[in-house]
Design a protein around this ligand. Structure first.
Ligand SMILES: Nc1nc2c(ncn2[C@@H]2O[C@H](COP(=O)(O)OP(=O)(O)OP(=O)(O)O)[C@@H](O)[C@H]2O)c(=O)[nH]1
Length: 607
């Protein structure tokens, strides 16, 4: 992690006039990534890169990057009247591309394998799209034409290329699934935007839309989100929104959706920073959406939230809300302010303002290909202006991990992270959390721990629910609630893991981490106490040693030995670490574990 990300956590001085330096020379929206003409014609060799996403061709750059062997993008010059043999081959290929994209694939029609935008006549395009429909029908997939465009060639006849989204929910899955953490300063309009997206009714500017998102009485009274809440927005196979406007229950939404976006609504107020960090580290979001109010610009926790998402390597996009309250000039000022911060050397992001449906399609694709691209939406939850562009983006945006990574995680032993514990009448103890690896079914026997003495208890999984609907099989990466029957709730705590009994989890009181100090008022040294976040682990730890240094200053790196103060934890080498105490903040990763067998805490330490 670039230590310059610490700039985002500092006092905030000097950022407004920040540098214009862009480390990458990538230019969004005008053919970014498009190989130069010469290089492209020579380079017929297929590249290996995954998700070699398509790019917005401008009139004078008639090339896409060469088609990649892997990933979910397929280029087809034309698909006119294929023989039966070729048709079968094309169907198999489509299945494979869908598998690569975990249920989604993009076909570029009228494009050669080397990326050349040849284009098709009206008739050939119609015939090709017809073949594509037949192919999709054969394998039970749905297709949506994302956009068609003319390619600018010297010929008199108009020639077009088309970009088509194919979607098929894998047979053993209910829907495609994406998680988006929602960040932003207090009152920036996060809950309102979620209310509008998920309930389908615009806000009145006085908080109507957010009302049904609140979970606790004190939140209704103060109008603040303090707990983490989940909201769902579905899309059906035609790319239309499925939300509470037509469906009464979450079950109904789940039934008719082929793609589901789960929003993790995190609190904006600084007081709830702990919850915000927990949401980012524990719920493994695919993306973060940072909401910024157009009339206040970068204010309060905005910069810090941006820094946290970047430190945790969660790809981020930005929504500037409340544009109905300001003049165009004010909105533009806020956009420019954000662009400046995003381009700072510590961020190295490439902002991309989304102004049309075409931009939203390009943004979704480029964002998936390079998390440095940062789409910026400007919208209003009251007038509804540009809300559609955000919906187009959500419909197209693919999950970041590919099918192979997902497959590998599913092959591993079961590990479920316990984030919430409830007692439900007539059901008993229920835990909420995320399945990190493996798969989990009703009736599975797992062990849960570690306890204060480093032990694990046996348990059996009862029913499983996702988004309040029953689920037979839970797969790596999915969040769910699991019923544990009459298992004693007092033996559980947040931060525990439920793992396969065959796993031999490493439990430790102490661990080493290579860290960079992002912000500290004075210095950071031995004896200092901080709250450590590692995945769903959240506990106070003491700095036992700072190797090779007496003390650390802001921006400096070191290997540090931490010791938990309450109980040992299950950790993994390489896991991301984030710690904080007041204004002190740091990030890094676990480099070495000191397993419990090597370190037995004394009675007084193990309280
Ligand atoms: N005019 C206008 N008002 C908006 C818009 N979005 C939100 N608001 C209003 O702004 C106020 C704050 O919105 P919230 O959605 O509660 O803000 P939040 O970011 O969720 O705040 P926390 O939950 O405290 O972090 C409410 O009164 C909303 O009605 C918008 O696009 N236009």
């Amino acid at each position: 992690m670039d230590a310059r990300v610490s700039d985002l956590f500092g006092s905030g001085n000097g950022h407004g006039s920040g540098s214009q330096g862009v480390a990458s020379n990538v230019k969004p929206g005008n053919g970014y990534g498009v190989a130069p003409k010469k290089a492209c014609t020579k380079n017929h060799k297929k590249t290996k890169s995954r998700f070699s996403r398509n790019f917005k061709p401008s009139n004078n750059t008639p090339y896409l990057p060469p088609e990649a062997e892997e990933g979910n993008i397929e280029y087809k010059l034309k698909l006119v009247n294929p023989t039966q043999y070729r048709f079968e081959h094309l169907a198999t290929q489509m299945k494979w591309r869908l598998q690569e994209g975990r249920g989604e694939a993009v076909y570029q029609i009228g494009v050669e394998d080397n990326g050349m935008l040849v284009g098709l006549s009206e008739d050939d395009m119609r015939a090709s799209l017809k073949t594509l429909h037949r192919l999709a029908e054969k394998i039970g997939a749905d297709i949506t034409v994302l956009r068609e465009r003319e390619v600018d060639y010297d010929s008199d006849v108009s020639r077009k290329i088309a970009e088509v989204l194919i979607r098929k929910v894998p047979d053993d899955q209910q829907f495609l699934d994406l998680r988006v953490a929602v960040l932003g300063n207090v009152d920036s309009g996060k809950s309102t935007l979620l209310g509008v997206l998920t309930q389908g009714e615009l806000d009145n500017g006085r908080g109507r839309a957010r009302l049904n998102l609140f979970r606790h009485l004190h939140e209704i009274q103060t109008g603040r989100t303090s707990s983490i809440s989940f909201e769902i927005l579905g899309f059906n196979s035609k790319g239309e929104v499925v939300n509470y406007s037509e469906s009464r229950t979450a079950e109904e939404i789940c039934e008719s959706a082929s793609k589901m976006i789960t929003f993790i609504d995190l609190a904006g107020h600084h007081k709830y920073l702990k919850t915000t960090i927990f949401g980012l580290t524990s719920y493994c979001p695919d993306f973060a959406m940072l909401v910024v109010s157009a009339n206040t610009g970068i204010a309060g926790t905005t910069r810090e939230h941006l820094g946290l998402a970047m430190a945790l390597k969660v790809p981020i996009f930005i929504v500037i809300s409340k544009v109905d309250l300001c003049t165009r000039a004010t909105v533009e000022r806020t956009v420019r302010q954000l662009e400046r911060v995003l381009k700072q050397p510590g961020c190295n992001k490439v902002p991309m303002v989304v102004g049309s449906t075409d931009d939203a399609v390009t943004a979704a694709q480029q964002f998936a290909q390079s998390p440095n691209i940062t789409p910026i939406f400007t919208l209003s939850s009251v007038s509804g202006e540009s809300l559609d562009l955000l919906k187009v983006f959500f419909n197209i945006i693919p999950p970041l991990s590919n099918s192979k990574e997902q497959e590998e995680l599913m092959q591993q032993l079961t590990e479920f992270q316990v984030d919430e514990i409830y007692t439900v009448p007539e059901v008993g103890t229920v835990v909420g959390g995320t399945l990190y690896s493996g798969i989990c079914r009703e009736g599975d026997h797992l062990v849960v721990g570690p306890t204060d003495s480093g032990q694990f208890h046996k348990l059996t999984i009862g029913s499983i629910q996702r988004n309040r609907s029953a689920c037979r099989v839970l797969r790596a990466g999915q969040a769910a609630t699991l019923a544990l029957g009459n298992f004693d709730r007092s033996l559980l705590r947040k931060g525990m893991v439920m793992v396969s009994p065959e796993m031999d989890p490493t439990i430790c009181w102490m661990f080493e981490a290579e860290i960079v100090l992002l912000f500290h008022a004075k210095t950071f040294h031995k004896g200092f106490q901080v709250t450590v976040h590692i995945g769903n682990v959240r506990q106070t730890a003491t700095v036992e040693a700072v190797y090779g240094k007496e003390e650390l200053r802001t921006g400096e790196k070191a290997v540090v030995l931490f010791k938990f103060i309450k109980h040992p934890e299950y950790l993994k080498e390489g896991a991301k670490v984030l710690f904080r105490e007041g204004v002190t903040k740091g990030i890094g990763h676990v480099t070495k574990l000191r397993p419990i067998a090597q370190y037995q805490p004394s009675q007084s330490e193990d309280e």
